[in-house]
Ligand binder design. Structure first.
Ligand SMILES: [Zn+2]
Length: 281
Protein backbone atom coordinates (compact mmCIF):
# COMPACT_ATOMS: atom_id res chain seq x y z
CA UNK A 1 0.00 0.00 0.00
CA UNK A 2 2.79 2.36 0.87
CA UNK A 3 4.34 1.57 -2.46
CA UNK A 4 1.17 2.59 -4.21
CA UNK A 5 0.93 5.79 -2.26
CA UNK A 6 4.51 6.64 -3.04
CA UNK A 7 3.96 5.92 -6.68
CA UNK A 8 1.01 8.28 -6.73
CA UNK A 9 2.97 11.03 -5.03
CA UNK A 10 5.90 10.72 -7.39
CA UNK A 11 3.87 10.64 -10.50
CA UNK A 12 2.26 13.90 -9.54
CA UNK A 13 5.50 15.58 -10.49
CA UNK A 14 5.21 14.16 -13.92
CA UNK A 15 2.11 16.23 -14.45
CA UNK A 16 3.54 19.17 -12.63
CA UNK A 17 1.56 21.85 -14.35
CA UNK A 18 -1.71 20.22 -13.61
CA UNK A 19 -3.99 20.68 -10.71
CA UNK A 20 -5.58 17.26 -10.34
CA UNK A 21 -2.75 15.29 -8.87
CA UNK A 22 -4.34 13.68 -5.86
CA UNK A 23 -6.91 11.31 -7.29
CA UNK A 24 -4.91 8.63 -8.96
CA UNK A 25 -4.65 4.97 -9.47
CA UNK A 26 -1.50 2.89 -9.84
CA UNK A 27 -0.30 2.02 -13.30
CA UNK A 28 -1.39 -1.35 -14.57
CA UNK A 29 1.35 -3.90 -14.62
CA UNK A 30 1.00 -6.89 -16.89
CA UNK A 31 3.37 -9.81 -16.25
CA UNK A 32 6.90 -9.02 -17.26
CA UNK A 33 8.25 -10.90 -20.26
CA UNK A 34 11.40 -12.93 -19.98
CA UNK A 35 14.44 -10.92 -21.07
CA UNK A 36 16.11 -11.97 -24.26
CA UNK A 37 18.71 -10.63 -26.61
CA UNK A 38 17.74 -8.18 -29.28
CA UNK A 39 18.41 -9.86 -32.61
CA UNK A 40 20.00 -6.71 -34.02
CA UNK A 41 23.65 -5.88 -34.56
CA UNK A 42 26.03 -6.32 -31.61
CA UNK A 43 26.41 -2.61 -31.00
CA UNK A 44 22.69 -2.02 -30.66
CA UNK A 45 21.35 -1.27 -27.21
CA UNK A 46 19.96 -4.17 -25.22
CA UNK A 47 16.18 -4.41 -25.26
CA UNK A 48 13.58 -6.87 -24.03
CA UNK A 49 11.82 -9.22 -26.41
CA UNK A 50 8.22 -8.29 -27.17
CA UNK A 51 5.70 -9.32 -24.57
CA UNK A 52 2.69 -11.62 -25.02
CA UNK A 53 0.85 -11.03 -28.29
CA UNK A 54 3.71 -8.85 -29.49
CA UNK A 55 3.01 -6.10 -27.00
CA UNK A 56 5.68 -3.57 -26.05
CA UNK A 57 7.76 -5.19 -23.29
CA UNK A 58 7.94 -3.54 -19.87
CA UNK A 59 11.11 -3.35 -17.77
CA UNK A 60 10.87 -2.50 -14.10
CA UNK A 61 14.14 -3.52 -12.46
CA UNK A 62 17.30 -5.47 -13.11
CA UNK A 63 18.37 -8.79 -11.62
CA UNK A 64 18.37 -8.96 -7.84
CA UNK A 65 21.21 -11.46 -7.64
CA UNK A 66 23.80 -10.02 -10.03
CA UNK A 67 25.56 -7.62 -7.70
CA UNK A 68 24.76 -4.28 -6.19
CA UNK A 69 23.90 -2.15 -9.18
CA UNK A 70 21.34 0.63 -9.25
CA UNK A 71 20.13 2.91 -12.04
CA UNK A 72 19.19 6.49 -11.29
CA UNK A 73 16.75 7.80 -13.88
CA UNK A 74 15.71 11.41 -14.32
CA UNK A 75 12.56 12.45 -16.12
CA UNK A 76 13.00 15.72 -18.01
CA UNK A 77 9.35 16.68 -18.05
CA UNK A 78 7.86 19.40 -20.12
CA UNK A 79 4.32 19.36 -21.37
CA UNK A 80 3.70 20.61 -24.87
CA UNK A 81 1.68 23.60 -23.71
CA UNK A 82 4.19 24.84 -21.14
CA UNK A 83 6.06 27.06 -23.58
CA UNK A 84 4.49 30.28 -22.28
CA UNK A 85 5.51 29.39 -18.76
CA UNK A 86 9.08 28.79 -19.89
CA UNK A 87 9.07 32.11 -21.71
CA UNK A 88 7.91 33.85 -18.58
CA UNK A 89 10.88 32.50 -16.66
CA UNK A 90 9.83 29.14 -15.21
CA UNK A 91 12.69 26.68 -15.48
CA UNK A 92 11.97 23.10 -16.45
CA UNK A 93 15.66 22.25 -16.68
CA UNK A 94 18.10 21.56 -13.84
CA UNK A 95 21.71 22.24 -14.91
CA UNK A 96 23.07 21.96 -11.37
CA UNK A 97 21.71 18.43 -11.13
CA UNK A 98 23.48 17.40 -14.33
CA UNK A 99 26.65 19.10 -13.10
CA UNK A 100 26.43 17.21 -9.81
CA UNK A 101 26.09 13.87 -11.60
CA UNK A 102 29.19 14.72 -13.64
CA UNK A 103 31.12 15.86 -10.60
CA UNK A 104 30.20 12.67 -8.74
CA UNK A 105 30.83 10.47 -11.80
CA UNK A 106 27.36 8.94 -11.70
CA UNK A 107 26.07 7.33 -14.91
CA UNK A 108 22.38 8.02 -15.40
CA UNK A 109 19.52 7.66 -17.84
CA UNK A 110 17.58 10.79 -18.71
CA UNK A 111 14.02 10.23 -19.94
CA UNK A 112 13.54 13.37 -21.97
CA UNK A 113 10.43 14.79 -23.54
CA UNK A 114 10.79 16.11 -27.05
CA UNK A 115 9.40 19.38 -25.84
CA UNK A 116 12.18 19.65 -23.23
CA UNK A 117 14.82 19.00 -25.89
CA UNK A 118 13.38 21.78 -28.01
CA UNK A 119 13.29 24.21 -25.09
CA UNK A 120 16.83 23.39 -23.96
CA UNK A 121 18.64 22.19 -27.10
CA UNK A 122 22.15 22.93 -25.83
CA UNK A 123 21.58 20.97 -22.64
CA UNK A 124 19.90 18.13 -24.50
CA UNK A 125 22.85 17.91 -26.89
CA UNK A 126 25.37 18.08 -24.06
CA UNK A 127 23.64 15.30 -22.15
CA UNK A 128 23.20 13.24 -25.30
CA UNK A 129 26.88 13.48 -26.24
CA UNK A 130 28.22 12.72 -22.78
CA UNK A 131 29.05 9.01 -22.43
CA UNK A 132 28.19 9.28 -18.75
CA UNK A 133 24.54 9.58 -19.73
CA UNK A 134 22.01 8.00 -22.03
CA UNK A 135 18.97 9.80 -23.37
CA UNK A 136 15.72 7.88 -23.52
CA UNK A 137 12.23 8.86 -24.61
CA UNK A 138 9.55 10.31 -22.34
CA UNK A 139 7.17 11.22 -25.20
CA UNK A 140 7.08 14.45 -27.14
CA UNK A 141 4.24 16.17 -25.37
CA UNK A 142 4.05 14.52 -21.92
CA UNK A 143 0.42 13.70 -22.54
CA UNK A 144 -1.00 10.54 -21.01
CA UNK A 145 -1.20 7.23 -22.83
CA UNK A 146 -4.27 6.14 -20.85
CA UNK A 147 -7.57 7.86 -20.32
CA UNK A 148 -7.13 8.58 -16.64
CA UNK A 149 -3.64 9.62 -15.61
CA UNK A 150 -3.33 12.30 -12.97
CA UNK A 151 -5.20 14.84 -15.01
CA UNK A 152 -2.73 14.86 -17.89
CA UNK A 153 -4.15 15.57 -21.34
CA UNK A 154 -4.49 12.36 -23.33
CA UNK A 155 -2.92 11.15 -26.58
CA UNK A 156 -5.34 9.16 -28.70
CA UNK A 157 -4.25 5.63 -29.57
CA UNK A 158 -3.74 6.42 -33.25
CA UNK A 159 -1.29 9.19 -32.37
CA UNK A 160 0.72 7.41 -29.66
CA UNK A 161 3.42 6.06 -31.91
CA UNK A 162 3.70 9.38 -33.73
CA UNK A 163 4.18 11.18 -30.41
CA UNK A 164 7.08 8.90 -29.52
CA UNK A 165 8.63 9.25 -32.98
CA UNK A 166 8.25 13.02 -32.76
CA UNK A 167 10.35 13.02 -29.60
CA UNK A 168 13.10 11.00 -31.32
CA UNK A 169 12.97 13.47 -34.22
CA UNK A 170 13.38 16.35 -31.79
CA UNK A 171 16.40 14.64 -30.19
CA UNK A 172 18.05 14.17 -33.59
CA UNK A 173 17.31 17.75 -34.57
CA UNK A 174 19.06 19.21 -31.52
CA UNK A 175 22.05 16.90 -31.94
CA UNK A 176 21.49 13.95 -29.64
CA UNK A 177 23.26 11.29 -31.66
CA UNK A 178 21.86 8.01 -30.35
CA UNK A 179 18.81 8.14 -28.13
CA UNK A 180 18.02 4.78 -26.58
CA UNK A 181 15.02 2.64 -27.61
CA UNK A 182 13.54 3.01 -24.13
CA UNK A 183 10.29 4.76 -23.41
CA UNK A 184 8.81 5.92 -20.13
CA UNK A 185 5.08 6.53 -20.17
CA UNK A 186 4.10 9.99 -18.88
CA UNK A 187 2.78 9.48 -15.38
CA UNK A 188 3.88 5.85 -15.64
CA UNK A 189 0.36 5.14 -16.94
CA UNK A 190 -0.15 2.43 -19.52
CA UNK A 191 -2.53 -0.32 -20.52
CA UNK A 192 -2.73 -3.02 -23.18
CA UNK A 193 -3.96 -0.56 -25.76
CA UNK A 194 -0.91 1.66 -25.24
CA UNK A 195 1.48 -1.30 -25.28
CA UNK A 196 -0.10 -2.46 -28.52
CA UNK A 197 0.00 1.00 -30.10
CA UNK A 198 3.73 1.35 -29.40
CA UNK A 199 4.75 -2.14 -30.46
CA UNK A 200 5.74 -1.02 -33.99
CA UNK A 201 8.06 1.60 -32.48
CA UNK A 202 10.28 -1.17 -31.12
CA UNK A 203 10.82 0.43 -27.73
CA UNK A 204 11.11 -1.18 -24.32
CA UNK A 205 8.89 0.55 -21.77
CA UNK A 206 10.81 1.38 -18.60
CA UNK A 207 9.03 1.76 -15.28
CA UNK A 208 10.76 1.72 -11.88
CA UNK A 209 10.74 -0.04 -8.52
CA UNK A 210 11.87 2.90 -6.36
CA UNK A 211 10.06 6.21 -6.25
CA UNK A 212 12.34 9.06 -5.31
CA UNK A 213 9.53 11.24 -4.05
CA UNK A 214 11.23 14.40 -5.30
CA UNK A 215 7.99 15.63 -6.82
CA UNK A 216 7.33 19.00 -5.20
CA UNK A 217 9.52 17.93 -2.29
CA UNK A 218 11.00 20.60 -0.05
CA UNK A 219 13.09 18.31 2.14
CA UNK A 220 16.10 16.92 0.28
CA UNK A 221 17.05 14.71 3.21
CA UNK A 222 13.65 13.02 3.13
CA UNK A 223 14.00 12.33 -0.58
CA UNK A 224 17.46 10.88 -0.03
CA UNK A 225 16.23 8.70 2.81
CA UNK A 226 13.35 7.34 0.75
CA UNK A 227 15.71 6.40 -2.08
CA UNK A 228 18.41 4.89 0.10
CA UNK A 229 15.85 2.88 2.07
CA UNK A 230 14.10 1.68 -1.08
CA UNK A 231 17.04 0.59 -3.23
CA UNK A 232 17.77 -3.10 -3.70
CA UNK A 233 20.20 -4.72 -6.14
CA UNK A 234 18.99 -4.02 -9.67
CA UNK A 235 16.72 -1.16 -8.68
CA UNK A 236 15.54 1.55 -11.05
CA UNK A 237 14.96 4.84 -9.23
CA UNK A 238 12.71 7.51 -10.70
CA UNK A 239 13.67 11.11 -10.02
CA UNK A 240 13.25 14.29 -12.03
CA UNK A 241 15.38 16.75 -13.96
CA UNK A 242 13.24 19.83 -13.67
CA UNK A 243 13.76 22.57 -11.14
CA UNK A 244 10.18 23.69 -11.48
CA UNK A 245 8.65 20.52 -10.08
CA UNK A 246 11.57 18.97 -8.22
CA UNK A 247 13.84 21.66 -6.78
CA UNK A 248 15.57 19.46 -4.17
CA UNK A 249 16.80 16.69 -6.46
CA UNK A 250 20.37 17.92 -6.83
CA UNK A 251 20.83 18.16 -3.08
CA UNK A 252 19.23 14.76 -2.57
CA UNK A 253 21.58 13.19 -5.11
CA UNK A 254 24.57 14.56 -3.24
CA UNK A 255 23.44 12.50 -0.25
CA UNK A 256 22.16 9.44 -2.12
CA UNK A 257 25.33 8.82 -4.10
CA UNK A 258 27.90 8.59 -1.28
CA UNK A 259 25.46 6.72 0.93
CA UNK A 260 24.69 4.02 -1.63
CA UNK A 261 28.36 3.76 -2.58
CA UNK A 262 29.22 3.20 1.06
CA UNK A 263 26.78 0.30 0.98
CA UNK A 264 28.59 -1.21 -1.98
CA UNK A 265 26.34 -0.03 -4.80
CA UNK A 266 27.57 0.84 -8.26
CA UNK A 267 25.59 3.25 -10.42
CA UNK A 268 24.74 2.12 -13.93
CA UNK A 269 22.53 3.18 -16.79
CA UNK A 270 19.25 1.41 -17.55
CA UNK A 271 20.85 -0.25 -20.58
CA UNK A 272 23.31 -2.03 -18.31
CA UNK A 273 20.53 -3.36 -16.09
CA UNK A 274 18.60 -4.61 -19.11
CA UNK A 275 21.72 -6.22 -20.50
CA UNK A 276 22.47 -7.85 -17.14
CA UNK A 277 19.07 -9.50 -17.34
CA UNK A 278 20.32 -11.69 -20.14
CA UNK A 279 23.92 -12.12 -19.22
CA UNK A 280 25.48 -9.32 -21.21
CA UNK A 281 26.15 -6.99 -18.33
ZN1 LIG B 1 7.15 12.72 -16.70
Amino acid sequence: MITLVRRAVAVCALGAALASCATSRPAQQPPRPAPSLSPAVPSSPPTLAPGPSGLTPVFRNGPRTAGRTVALTFDADMTADQGPRARSGERFDHPRLIAALRELGVPATVFMTGRWAEEYPDQARSIGRDPLFEVANHSYSHYAFTGDCYGLPTVSADLMRADVERAYAAFRRVGVPEAMPYFRFPGGCYDRRALRALAPAGVTAVQWDVVGGDAFATDAAAVARQVVDGVRPGSVVVLHCTRSAAPTTERAVRTIVPELRSRGYRFVKVSELIAAGHGRG
